[in-house]
Write a protein of this length. Sequence first.
Length: 337
Amino acid sequence: MCSSDLSIPMSETAELRNDWKLEEVETLFDLPFNDLIFQAQTIHRMTFDPNKVQVSTLMSIKTGGCSEDCSYCSQSARNSTDLEREKLAEVSAVLEAAREAKRSGSSRFCMGAAWRNPKSKDMERLLTMVSGVKALGMETCMTLGMLTDHQAQKLKKAGLDYYNHNLDTSEAYYGEVVTTRTYQDRLDTLEHVRDAGLNICSGGIVGMGESRQDRAGLLATLANLPKQPDSVPINRLVKVAGTPLDDMESLEELDPLEFVRTIAVARILMPKSWVRLSAGRESMSEELQALCFASGANSIFSGEQLLTTPNAGEESDASLFAKLGLEALAGEEVVLG
Ligand code: SAM
Ligand code: DTB
Ligand code: SF4
């Protein structure tokens, strides 16, 4: 069978749909690997330069001691990890890190806090961070947990470009991973963020013991949001000692080819979104990352560290980009196609 014989008709344009049915998404996952990758890359090329990658830098602006019980996370106070807690960072330290990120070629600075939600007393400092990073000429992104509509509007006014808030997995599997908040809580925050006019960054984690149907469910939910997320981070679980998911002995690493399929399906469902190859890159081979880029991933986090866990690092990224002929996008080129 050649690709023109696929049972799901291949799109002629990078058409945006928000009526994906779970069975349709599962059918994409089930395609022969070459057909899936071909379809994903064809759609990718309709909107994006296939050899350009958007690069973001992460900074943890408040570390550990989080009240939530996310079973993957090093920062939950309920997990016995040996992470050192840190209070909300000073604005000067954040601006220094952002300047450094800009010098190393990053176009977006993403500030993450280990909170269920930000408190009113923290808002002023957060807003100063946003306006300060923006003034450096970088795109700004924050991930602070749940937001009220009022908080989302204030962040937007201060110059925030993106808000990251992941759905993490399917609605059906969510309760297996987190119990201190609901899927609907996550969707409500996304609504506040959308209504404030902020760009949405929302994706999930794979390799947490979920089924292929759960991965399909996560991607269908993201694609069917009233507006598709502008960025879609696909994280591969980083197992952190002391977290319930690390303690789960039966949990095997997700098959790398299944990870590539997840990236490819994300690209097909969300043809105009930046699909970010996020956590877990540090332990991925060059070949696996290359397959992800060939399947439509076009964004990464750079630097030695994500929030609390190691990342691939600049030298190895530079070497991989050179081998693959990939280039980091400059800030002004990062617009939706
Ligand atoms: N506390 C906020 C929240 O949960 O929305 C923001 C920070 S939280 C660390 C941001 C995201 O990082 C999570 O939603 C999850 O998708 C991802 N993440 C956290 N720990 C991870 C891990 N061990 N492996 C992969 N992704 C992880
Ligand atoms: C996202 O989806 N991945 C990033 C970012 N959004 C904030 C975070 C990954 C965190 C990985 C675990 C850690 O370093 O603590
Ligand atoms: Fe807290 Fe976010 Fe980690 Fe959950 S993922 S424990 S909310 S920092």
